[in-house]
Design a protein around this ligand. Structure first.
Ligand code: BES
Ligand code: ZN
Ligand code: ZN
Length: 457
């Protein structure tokens, strides 16, 4: 596999303009001495950066893997972005074919050789591979159908993440949830025979330091509950667990990078279904720690389970930062499209840090507003807060204002990944299905934030 800029494409490949332009993530398959050669376009030379190389490497790896190649060589002679090239290749080669009983690809990308790479960059390349492998695990579970990946099964899978991360894990089942008062998770999970779970991973490197808490929404299927969704597109709601899965991946990535931070992941998992035990519009539920929520829409369930998770980490940890990740609102997709994560935080510097980390990783983000006005829209006449506003407008921000109610004055950011969490169509660099969005940008944010803190002393 060879990278080539738009300017160099005609000269180096000998291909005609119509055959191959060298545009970003475009590909040309050729043969030399009986061996397959794949050219990957980078677009204009002046614009080549880490995300461009990542995409091109991913597109090439995806193409080659689709042709049955499990061993690939990338010519990296001219490029220094080893982490992105290696990571892009591993992520691009991923495919979800576990449930095909014939025609499976079988082996994953088994061998990746980076030819001509500066030896000083080998560690960066290995890091790219490690992070992409975590991303692929998150995607694999994301793609797993909801009859198989139930909340209980998700908790089992979380054990493997904990083990690889050297983290401890604690799982709350039905009885434990009831005993400890997780009223939000129990309400949302009430209509399903697949009982809910709260899952807590903990990686403490120094008990004297404060903790970073990642809280994730893991609805294994969101039917909408009694406020049932239209059948068109309901299948997509198996991806309503991606925030919780990303949280697991973040802990494993932080461990793989040996970042000097304490980190916990709090995964709030339930299936939102209809049934005799289902919660209803007009129910009042008591969240962990005692705050009350008037449920006016059972399809606004993510914020209800997150309220438990946020309250839990607030009570039990001295947090330096709380990040929550959730496929929370269709309104966020309306505002930002399908390729941007919505960022909500009162902290300007944190918002900037995240958006910059998003640019650097290609896991793009855009800030949306919080404010008193949105908080006011969530007032309930009979409980502490309602789970929907009475208005059609600003749905991503009113959802964020609901979450803000449960974090108080803690340093916090909410990431709404409803748009980018999954692709409905194949792209050259990634097959359709779970994308792992939110994982790369949070890991990069933590890397930057805590490298900075160390530099400050
Ligand atoms: N899981 C959905 C949000 C969603 C929508 C995720 C599209 C991915 C793609 C969430 O639980 C939901 O249903 N939200 C409602 C909130 C509304 C009832 C206030 C929505 O966005 O319509
Ligand atoms: Zn919903
Ligand atoms: Zn949902």
């Amino acid at each position: 596999m060879r990278f080539v800029t738009k300017e160099d494409a005609p000269g180096r490949t000998g291909a005609g303009e119509k055959e191959f332009t060298g545009a970003a993530a475009s590909l040309l398959l050729a043969r030399e001495d009986g061996r397959r050669v794949c050219w990957a376009g980078l677009g204009p030379g002046a614009k080549v950066d880490a995300p461009v190389l990542r995409r091109a490497a991913a597109a090439a790896a995806r193409k080659l893997a689709g042709l049955g190649e499990t061993s690939m060589q990338f010519d990296c002679t001219a490029w220094t972005h080893a982490r992105d090239i290696a990571g892009g290749a591993v992520a691009g080669a991923y495919t979800f074919d576990r449930y095909k009983t014939s025609g499976r690809r079988g082996a994953e990308l088994g061998r990746l050789v980076l030819v001509g790479l500066d030896p000083g960059l080998h560690a960066a390349a290995r890091e790219g591979v490690a992070l992409a492998q975590v991303l692929n695990r998150v995607r694999e579970l994301g793609n797993t159908p909801p009859n198989i990946l139930t909340p209980a099964q998700l908790a089992e899978e979380a054990r493997a993440f904990a083990e690889r991360a050297g983290a401890t894990i604690r799982v709350w089942d039905d009885d434990a949830l009831r005993a400890d008062g997780f009223g939000g998770i129990l309400a949302v999970g009430g209509g399903s025979d697949k009982r809910p779970r709260f899952i807590l991973l903990e990686r403490i490197v120094n008990p004297a330091w404060p903790t970073v808490a990642i809280v994730g929404k893991a609805i294994t299927f969101d039917s909408g509950g009694l406020a049932i969704k239209p059948r068109q597109g309901m299948d997509e709601m198996k991806y309503d667990k991606m925030g919780g899965l990303a949280a697991l991946g973040i802990v494993e990535s932080v461990a793989a990078l040996s970042l000097p931070i304490n980190i916990v992941a709090a995964v709030c998992s339930a299936e939102n279904m209809l049934g005799g035990g289902a919660f209803r519009p007009s129910d009042v539920v008591t969240i962990y720690g005692g705050k009350t929520v008037e449920v006016l829409d059972t399809d606004a369930e993510g914020r209800v389970v997150l309220a438990d998770g946020l309250s839990y980490v607030r009570k039990h940890y001295k947090t330096d930062l709380i990040v929550d990740l959730a496929t929370l609102t269709g309104a966020c997709c309306v505002a930002l499209g399908l390729h941007r994560t919505g960022v909500f935080t009162p902290d300007d510097a944190l918002a900037d840090l995240i958006c910059e980390a998003g640019v650097a990783t290609g896991d793009r983000c855009w800030r949306l507003p919080l404010g008193e006005d949105f908080a006011d829209m969530m007032k309930s006449r009979i409980a502490d807060i309602a789970n929907i506003s009475g208005s059609r407008w600003g749905g991503a921000s009113t959802a964020a204002a609901f979450l803000q109610h449960f974090v108080g004055d803690a340093e916090w950011v909410h990431l709404d990944i409803a748009g980018p969490a999954y692709l409905l169509e194949d792209k050259p660099e990634m097959e359709r299905g779970a994308s792992g969005a939110g994982l790369p940008v949070v890991v990069e944010t933590l890397r930057r934030r805590y490298a900075e803190e160390k530099a400050k002393g």
